[in-house]
Ligand binder design. Sequence first.
Ligand SMILES: Cc1cc2nc3c(=O)[nH]c(=O)nc-3n(C[C@H](O)[C@H](O)[C@H](O)COP(=O)(O)O)c2cc1C
Length: 382
Amino acid sequence: MAGNKVLRTRLCDILGIEYPIMLAGMGTCSGPTLAAAVSNAGGLGVLGASGLSPEEVRGWIEKTKRLTDKPFGLDLILPHELSDSMPLPENLKSLLPAEHVAFVERLMGELELEPVEPTDFWSRISMDVVQEVVRTCLDEGVALFASGLGNPGWIVPEARRRGMRVTGCVGNTKNAVRLKEAGVDFVVAQGYDGGGHTGRVGTMSLIPQAVDAVAPLPVVGAGGIMDGRGLAAALALGAEGVWVGTAFLATREANVDAFDLGSMFVSPLWAEVWNRRMLEADDEGTVVSKISTGKTARHIKNRLIDIWDRSGLGYLPMPLQGFLIWDLYVSISKSGRSDLVVPMAGQGVGLVKEIRSAADVLRDMVEGAIEILSGKSPAGIV
Ligand SMILES: Cc1cc2nc3c(=O)[nH]c(=O)nc-3n(C[C@H](O)[C@H](O)[C@H](O)COP(=O)(O)O)c2cc1C
């Protein structure tokens, strides 16, 4: 693609990439196939490794290296509760309120869902596992470690010695400054529009305020960035790159690596329904709910959230809500219940018109942004 000088930012130099476009680390959806496709197209692929065991993470890193010789990153959610005071995984069950356990059991019955063997997924959201995964990233020469939630500051000194870059996603300027003080290489500012965990400040308002708050540290914008218009807008607001979830979720390469992971609920059926719902959804097609993890996350509107909200029962805090709901999601998937799938996506989902290749999504984003930033009219505007 010619003329990429207009898109050359400090992020390209920090990460050794051609275009300032990063694949958002979407837990299990951003696997080696998708990450490698984005890196091969000139962006930075990022593995969404939350919930994977250390062996699975190693397998994903090895597979990504077989698919690309370009740099790639890895993302984990690091909730601030993830500390020595966090309940041990084996104690989580005893901390679930009886009312919530009874509600989920009743739901399973009323929705005629088959019981499943309990998974050990939530035993992976522990400090021991996170530390082992970080060590693996350092040993394997992964280019970037990104934290979805929480503060990755404790990783910075060792990362700096070993040449790995570190970043974290934030939803407000307070946390952007906190990450700057922790020594990250750049900050990802994700606005309310975005899919998955989300804060309260809209993307358009957050990016310039984050840029001012952490200057001269580079900021990468996220949330609702779907095409060249979004990339150009983010750069105009002062960001030096974009972190893109939903637009890359609507690709043939998304999700496929999750099918082989025994602990995951994302099956071919779940992914197919997800694609269909993305194609159907419009700008009002999403809702913020704590149903999946106990923290606010943007989902495509769905029946299970409706049922839960109508019940009047509150959600539990992280990690208890995820621990409570996980086997229900696995059962929905194993029972082939397409009506109960709980997909996530950002408000930009209304712009998804077809499921494409990741390379096409990236190329169109680059070409669209170059056209706008080099002074030509954006498509559709005379
Ligand atoms: C399905 C899905 C899963 C996500 N999982 C994670 C995750 O595991 N870690 C993380 O840092 N962010 C996660 N996110 C948030 C993304 O990293 C990113 O900030 C967001 O998708 C950007 O907004 P957009 O979807 O509008 O592009 C997820 C987003 C989606 C849509």
